[in-house]
Design a binder for this molecule. Structure first.
Ligand SMILES: [Zn+2]
Length: 118
């Protein structure tokens, strides 16, 4: 399992979070796990947001829209297969938990269940 956080120095598994850093009790090393997926999932946030396939999404991910989506209050449609870069996870009150910008559409919020990680 690559998701288990381990000390990058000695491989110790008894690491614990200390603020935004993780600390290893074995060698005392501290590091920021944000640059890998496991760390992002462990960090505080709106909770785990998963795509249509159950993969955990993170800020900055690229996703693909899996079906045509009607935009509320607009005549345009986001076509299935549209690639969306640099998503931002938000606490969507109505399930629209991904904030992003789509070329030709503009800033919009999507539901994570209608995208998959690119
Ligand atoms: Zn260590």
């Amino acid at each position: 399992m690559e998701n288990d956080l381990k000390c990058p120095e000695c491989g110790c598994e008894h690491v614990y979070p200390d603020g935004s850093l993780w600390t290893c009790p074995e060698c005392g090393c501290e590091w920021n796990p944000k640059d890998n997926a496991a760390g992002a999932a462990a960090a505080d946030g709106p909770g785990e947001i998963r795509d249509a396939n159950g993969n955990v999404l993170a800020d900055g991910d690229s996703v693909t829209v899996i079906k045509d989506l009607k935009i509320k209050g607009a005549s345009s449609v986001i076509k299935g297969g549209t690639k969306v870069k640099g998503i931002r996870l938000v606490d969507g009150t109505d399930g629209h938990n991904i904030a992003c910008k789509i070329a030709g559409v503009g800033a919009i919020n999507l539901k994570s269940e209608f995208v998959r990680k690119a």
